[in-house]
Design a binder for this molecule. Structure first.
Ligand code: PMV
Length: 347
């Protein structure tokens, strides 16, 4: 009763995992710890208006517009999200919500908008919650990440920058399965303003969703070995990010990307999300690295697009390489230049 009608707008970025989250237990608890770079330009901007409900005919009352249009896929996702967070957001059933959401990246780019979208929505809801709870900034971010995780696991890593760890790991004391935490150590200068150019190889809807993929890790022949490996990689990358060993970084990050896809290829049923052009790009990156002293490398999420990662001081050279050798493999020549960012913000 203490909350008046109002509106709030948040923007929240996407993130790209270096050590991948793949496999989960009940209630969106990850099977292994993960770490990601928060992005800067690939964002969702969400305006949430809320007014006291007049009718109680449905459990939750909300309208949603995505990039100016009603979107049939989005409504059930929000319904599921609301059901999962209901217990933690007492006012959820008292209001009608008008959700207007826009992405800075093209809707059908094959870039997942779930991390940015759900972290933006969770941020708006927590802004309302903060009117009644007297939370410190740290507590607010923690609970926002907790809620975002219930929407989409990786979304809990989008609230802060520049590196966020999610999932209990020995190498980071306060790490947690329930929410993301900022990487607590001083990061080496080599990783300052690290660049991510996203090559849009295939903008189509992917054939197998992440939800199905996570579930296929149950009973997967290599699951236990993979979870153990992710723990080790998290420990190793914790050291690498501090000591600035770029060779070790490249090897770990590319291995993680290929392992993620190897898990898909070796599940039952098995599937492949990479496209021929994904492999062409990977081979070109390897050839470029062999011919120069570049530290450019690639990573992949659960799709065919390639994230090209490189230090800021290589920006001019790598962009030239991308334009002359890699753009040809992108759908309609499309790519997005991004870099490490700082997380969600009120607008
Ligand atoms: O957050 P989800 O359930 O969409 O899973 C994302 C999983 C990967 O993007 C493939 C890896 C990661 O850690 O972000």
């Amino acid at each position: 009763d203490q909350i008046p009608n109002g509106e709030v707008t948040y923007q929240s970025p996407s993130n790209i995992a270096l050590v991948k989250y793949w496999g989960k237990k009940k209630h969106q608890i990850p099977e292994n710890p993960s770490i990601s770079f928060t992005l800067n330009h690939c964002k969702t901007i969400t305006k949430l208006s809320y007014s006291k409900r007049e009718t109680q005919d449905e459990k939750f009352s909300f309208d949603v517009l995505l990039d100016g249009k009603e979107n049939v896929d989005f409504k059930p996702k929000i319904e599921t999200f609301f059901n999962r967070i209901e217990a933690y957001i007492p006012f959820l059933k008292e209001f009608h919500f008008n959700i207007i959401t826009e992405n800075t990246f093209p809707h059908s780019s094959g870039i997942a908008s779930s991390a940015s979208g759900l972290s933006a929505l969770a941020s708006c809801l927590m802004d309302i919650e903060s009117q009644v709870l007297n939370l410190s900034e740290a507590e607010r971010i923690k609970k926002t990440s907790f809620l975002a995780r219930l929407g989409s696991g990786s979304a809990c890593r989008s609230l802060e920058g520049e590196l966020v760890v999610w999932g209990k790991t020995e190498s980071i004391k306060d790490s947690n399965d329930l929410f993301g935490v900022k990487f607590p150590f001083k990061v080496h200068d080599h990783f300052k303003n690290y660049q991510d150019t996203i090559l849009l190889v295939d903008k189509g809807e992917k054939q197998v969703s992440s939800t199905v993929g996570h579930n296929l890790m149950h009973g997967h022949d290599y699951a236990e070995t993979r979870f153990k490996q992710a723990h080790k990689n998290l420990t190793d990358i914790t050291a690498i990010l501090q000591n600035g060993n770029l060779e070790a970084f490249v090897e770990l990050v590319e291995s993680e990307a290929l392992t993620l896809h190897a898990m898909m290829m070796t599940s039952r049923p098995y599937y492949i999300l990479m496209k021929p052009n994904t492999l062409e790009i990977i081979n070109k990156i390897w050839a470029y690295r062999a011919a120069t002293n570049s530290h450019v490398c690639f990573t992949l999420d659960a799709g065919a697009n390639v994230h090209v990662l490189y230090p800021e001081n290589e920006k001019a050279a790598v962009l030239e390489f991308i334009k002359t050798e890699l753009v040809a493999y992108c759908q309609n020549g499309h790519y997005i230049c991004d870099q490490i960012g700082l997380g969600a913000d009120i607008v």
